[in-house]
Design a protein around this ligand. Sequence first.
Ligand code: B16
Ligand code: MG
Length: 215
Amino acid sequence: MIQAVIFDLDGVLVTTDSCHYKAWKRMADEEGIPFDEKDNLRLRGVSRMESLNIILEKADRQYTESEKHDMAERKNAYYVQMIGDLDQEALLPGALSTIYALKEDGVKIAVGSSSKNAPAILKQLQMEDLFDAVADGNQIKNSKPAPDVFLLAAELLGVKPEHCLVVEDADAGVEAALAAGMRVLAMGSASGNQKAHLRSGTLNDIDLTSYIKNG
Ligand code: B16
Ligand code: MG
């Protein structure tokens, strides 16, 4: 029986996934490193430094740790600048209505995001009080596909992993949820993931409350 839903943030609740791409693209272009939307799929859900390491696979030289640190900082500065004027119009279809419907049914809700910017985004969208728990990239050692962020969210909620359903837009996030022993709805760019228990284009295309009620 599902007692809690853990939402990924970028690409599930908010359109910030495209800002991550644009910020990495700007950094990669400046460095002359090939990087496109297809490469970007591998970055979804994974941490900032792991994302950089994936981008650098196509670089024609080695970068020092200090250079890598500076590049990650530069990308984050571009990203933070881009999300500076984010408002509720950036919420993805069905995000708010799904959250409210679940809350009305007494289902606990949490955020499980790899992003260290998650608390700032939730605050800017005035959503920080909406969730029963928030687990993010600041609190974990291993990012998705490791299960850490979802296990932490379940612990903060006081709900066993087998009673949690994760909503994810990244294949790495689907893997993380399965590794945590949770059920998972794959949506958006992960909507073709056959390992997930459920699939949908957006949160508007699925009635999560009925799914949960019917067990
Ligand atoms: P930051 P999610 C993830 O967020 C993004 O999908 C991924 O593209 C990003 O690299 C990661 O957060 C780290 O973000 O640089 O802000 O700490 O999808 O898990 O909500
Ligand atoms: Mg995501």
